[in-house]
Ligand binder design. Structure first.
Ligand code: FAD
Ligand code: SF4
Length: 329
């Protein structure tokens, strides 16, 4: 690990000023759960870290007058897990963070850092200059790709590691971003984007910008959700595949559906075909099975991850039924 300066800031505004004065070798640090391991592996080498932890305006969970919920970027996964009122209002969030990492990591891991974490692809984390790191080739595409994507979104086949992001996307969350020119609010799906030749990163955040908070709009009447995650072991494991489903059901019919898969693409993968298929319908086990078939249309599994296709289908089937309060067996 290389030497670096470490400064703390007391507010989002101070953080933006510190980023502006520090230039490209300055980075933000929150819990450090991802950044410190990237630094130890020499994958990033900031000359200066801006520690956000004392910035109180980035913390906290609050319900706004319009019924939306604001979660500050520095809020930890444990704080989400332990907030009973939040779990009552948006149960999918507690379900998603409960399966993330370990209790110790959830104590330090923040919402902003979780959305900004880099891929767990072993070539990326190792000493290989693969495409995502500015090289010419994706080594996983023809190499060891057991944990990689089954939907092709870019030259890179990494799978997005976050549990929180699919759940937030299922809730139509937006992100407040502060930069030198002020604050802007964008849908979360405009922050998380597959990498491109020009931007070899899974997010569109500029280096001069900061995530301030995520906001979840008031959910429609009758809304309910489910988050399911398949892991190799039941703790301290990233999702092989996960499914976040949020439904609104009125008079027995689905009036709105969001279906997002994790662990299958560069970013959480929204399956609009499933959403359209079940909207307007009364859910039955047969309908959920037919909808789940649509979730895997277009999948292009690699040599070692074909198992993810049937996993994705089954998790969507179960999550749709669970979200509707039905037995998935
Ligand atoms: C062993 C292990 C297992 C894990 N398992 C899971 C899992 O199962 N599911 C899961 O979802 N995650 C998992 N994680 C990932 C973990 O949840 C993330 O690393 C963590 O949430 C990152 O948050 P942090 O606050 O520590 O971010 P940091 O490590 O401090 O920062 C990560 C990145 O985010 C940037 N950043 C941080 N805050 C902001 C902000 N407010 N605005 C802009 N940029 C910001 C930093 O500059 C850095 O680039 C695991 C991590 C470990 C180490
Ligand atoms: S999957 Fe992405 S991160 Fe992994 S080797 Fe390929 S380009 Fe690199």
């Amino acid at each position: 690990m290389r030497a670096f300066d470490h400064d703390t800031v007391q507010s989002a505004e101070e953080a933006i000023a510190a980023l502006a004065s520090g230039g490209s070798s300055t980075m933000l640090i929150a819990g450090g759960a991802d950044l410190l391991s990237l630094m130890k592996s020499d994958l990033v080498a900031p000359a200066r870290l801006i520690d956000l932890k004392p910035a109180r305006d980035l913390r906290g969970i609050s319900v706004q007058p319009d019924g939306s919920v604001r979660i500050g970027a520095l809020t930890t996964l444990t704080e989400i897990e332990r907030d009973d009122a939040l779990a009552e209002r948006l149960p999918i969030l507690r379900a998603a963070v409960l399966d993330a990492a370990t209790p110790q990591i959830r104590n330090i891991a923040t919402v902003g850092g979780n959305l900004m974490q880099r891929t767990r692809c072993w070539y990326f984390r190792g000493p290989y200059t693969c495409w995502q790191k500015g090289g010419d080739w994706c080594f996983a595409r023809g190499g060891e790709n057991k944990y990689h994507a089954i939907f092709d979104q870019s030259p890179c086949v990494s799978a997005h590691p976050s549990d929180l992001a699919p759940a937030l996307l299922a809730l139509d969350a937006s992100v407040a971003i502060q930069g030198p020119g002020g604050q802007r609010v964008i849908p979360l799906d405009a922050l998380l984007r597959p990498p491109t030749d020009e931007r070899r990163h899974e997010t569109t955040l500029e280096p001069s910008e900061l995530i301030v908070a995520v906001t979840i709009p008031a959910q429609p009447d009758g809304a309910r959700g489910a988050y399911l995650k398949m892991m190799e072991r039941h703790a301290w494991a990233y999702a092989l595949v996960s499914a976040a489903v949020q439904l609104a059901i009125q008079d027995n019919a689905v009036t709105r559906a969001r279906v997002i898969l994790g662990g299958v693409a560069n970013i959480p993968y929204r399956v609009e075909a499933v959403e359209a298929y079940i909207t307007g319908q009364a859910l039955t086990t047969e309908l959920a099975g037919a909808a789940a078939d649509l979730a895997i249309v277009g999948a292009t599994p690699l040599a070692r991850n074909q198992y993810k296709v049937s996993l994705a289908r089954e998790l969507v089937r179960r999550a749709v039924l669970l979200a509707a309060g039905m037995d998935w067996q």
